[in-house]
Unconditional design. Structure first.
Length: 296
């Protein structure tokens, strides 16, 4: 990796990694980047959300080339990434979860793909589990009705048509394609597009900020692509902790915020009470599920 501190020219790529008590995953993530560095002018920024597992000290002592931003409290995923976006001036921002690992040429190929198609605002790679199975990381924008149906049925009947439609199950995932949105666990964003749409909405503490930024990209005529020719490994939930009830609450709150933000000025606002009922039911079911899990 080049000596970033003495190279003051504007970077081609900034890799933003938000950490929160995920030191073991973060170490693997950073090592995978340093072992498979992009062949361009880049920098790594780790934004730590007041971890209490020694992350800040470990990064300072072991990765002097990494730009460390240490927050004094947990400000959330969107806000933490924005601190890196605001501090950097690179042509491209790569938002990468601390529980991800990159492979040889992954980062180069993501940048090359963006360079070849100037109308793209965001691209997401093929994201795989550690057993090589594919994560459904590109999806369709849900209508309020489909979101409600998916929320209720996904755990009871995973193969229901609403979830299949939302998750784009059955599409050809071998060729690059335009999609509504891609997972924020790994997405590369063009700086010019970010300046057009604005940064991540910090009212999303966690979850749905990726759907929201892709939605705003399409509104501003920037394309969003899924590129399966680039592969990234992601440990699901490795960076989000174990609080399933709290995570469920944050997810449902973020879903509500997305629909309220985007639909409250048209007729679909009449469906908001239904959405509140459904999202509340999802949190309740998470509490029940957690209770019986502890009983076992």
């Amino acid at each position: 990796m080049p000596d970033l501190k003495e190279n003051n020219k504007i970077k081609d790529l900034t890799i933003s990694i938000v950490s929160y008590n995920s030191l073991d995953f973060l170490r693997e993530c950073l090592d995978s980047i340093l072992e498979n560095p992009p062949e361009l002018n880049y920098e790594i920024m780790v934004v730590d959300n007041a971890s209490h597992d020694g992350t800040v000290e470990f990064v300072k002592n072991n990765y002097p080339e990494v730009v460390l931003i240490a927050n004094n409290k947990n400000i959330g995923f969107a806000a933490a990434n924005n601190r890196a976006i605001e501090r950097s001036h690179s042509k491209y921002m790569l938002l990468l979860n601390s529980d991800c690992m990159v492979y040889e040429k992954s980062l180069n190929n993501l940048v090359d793909f963006m360079e070849s198609r100037p109308g793209i605002g965001i691209t997401g790679p093929k994201i795989i589990n550690n057993d090589e199975t594919i994560q459904l990381s590109c999806r369709r924008f849900p209508s309020m009705f489909n979101a409600a149906a998916h929320t209720i049925l996904t755990d009871i009947f995973p193969g229901n048509p609403f979830s299949k439609k939302y998750k784009l199950i059955g599409i050809d995932r071998d060729e690059p394609r335009k999609v509504d949105w891609v997972s924020g666990s790994c997405m590369i964003i063009r700086r010019e597009a970010l300046e057009d749409t604005g940064t991540l909405d910090e009212r999303y503490f966690m979850y749905v900020e990726d759907l929201d930024i892709c939605y705003r990209m399409w509104q501003k005529k920037w394309e969003v692509y899924y590129n399966p020719e680039v592969k990234i490994m992601h440990h699901i939930a490795g960076s989000s902790g174990r609080g399933k009830i709290k995570s469920s609450f944050r997810m449902q709150r973020s879903v509500f915020h997305f629909f309220w933000k985007n639909y409250r000025k048209n007729w679909r606002i009449v469906l908001i009470p239904l959405l509140i009922l459904v999202l509340g039911l999802r949190v309740f079911l998470s509490i029940i599920k957690s209770f019986f899990s502890k009983k076992k």
